[in-house]
Design a protein around this ligand. Structure first.
Ligand code: ZN
Length: 253
């Protein structure tokens, strides 16, 4: 029975753990300590790491986890290996590659999504249909797609990011979206600024504020919710996307 658990890191990162009662994989361990604490308290053995891009708050914990768990698999973008940012990858992947999570035999599909960085990839499963947390579609999207937002353009162009987000928008609407940051409330404030008459955005903002007041995680989202409330997915054109992205960079709620 596979489960997905959020491990908070730094001030607003999430390290997503895919696990059963014995084995675990983690996505983007920017810090080792939250993973090590959780492994120790739950008695799980780390089997592998999935990386979406080379930023320090996503890969910073890899070195310590490799030492603690020798022989684990470390999967990340081929472009990251070629750029020299991830020399320790045991498997370097590119668009449409299938990644197998051992020991379960389930696979995730790699989607290249340049924009936030040039090496950025996402991991998608259409679901395993065997009654687990992974029985329905799931997307681990790092810093490409956020709840009601998207990553800043550090390396790629607005056209690249628009194309990447447009591809994610075609995934099944039920796909659960596991992003790497808790930015939901700030993003929805910007969304409400862009679409002040959207009842869906206003409702989601109120619900997300409630969750955060209780100290709870606002994720995962779904592609359907993002199509309804994400101002970047809803931009309609690359030019409007670029305008909104630039506006968000200087927006203060
Ligand atoms: Zn990043």
């Amino acid at each position: 029975m596979l489960r997905i658990t959020d491990l908070p890191a730094f001030t607003d990162n999430y390290i997503w753990a895919i696990h059963d009662t014995q084995h675990a994989w983690v996505v983007d361990p920017g810090q080792a300590e939250p993973v090590q604490r959780w492994l120790a308290s739950s008695g799980l053995k780390l089997r592998g790491i999935l990386l979406t891009h080379h930023h320090g708050d996503h890969i910073g914990g890899v070195a310590a986890l490799r030492v603690q768990s020798p022989g684990i698999e470390i999967i990340g973008p081929l472009t990251g290996r070629l750029a020299g940012t991830m020399p320790w990858l045991t498997q370097a992947v590119r668009d449409r590659d299938a990644v197998q999570l051992r020991p379960w035999g389930m696979t995730l599909q790699v989607l290249e999504t340049p924009g936030h960085t040039l090496d950025h990839i996402c991991y998608f499963t259409p679901g395993t249909a065997n009654g687990t947390d992974l029985d329905s579609p799931a997307l681990f999207c790092g810093d490409t797609l956020f709840a009601a937002g998207c990553g800043r353009l550090f390396e790629g162009s607005a056209d690249q990011m628009w194309s990447s987000l447009s591809a994610l928008a075609t995934l099944p609407r039920t796909t659960r979206v596991f992003c790497a940051h808790e930015y939901t409330v700030a993003n929805l404030r910007f969304a409400a600024h862009v679409e002040p008459h959207s009842a869906r955005i206003a409702e989601r903002l109120a619900a997300s504020v409630d969750l955060r007041v209780q100290g709870r995680c606002t994720l995962p989202s779904t592609i359907e919710i993002e199509l309804d409330t994400n101002p970047f997915l809803r931009a309609g054109s690359a030019a409007e996307f670029a305008r909104r992205r630039a506006l968000k960079d200087v927006f203060r709620a």
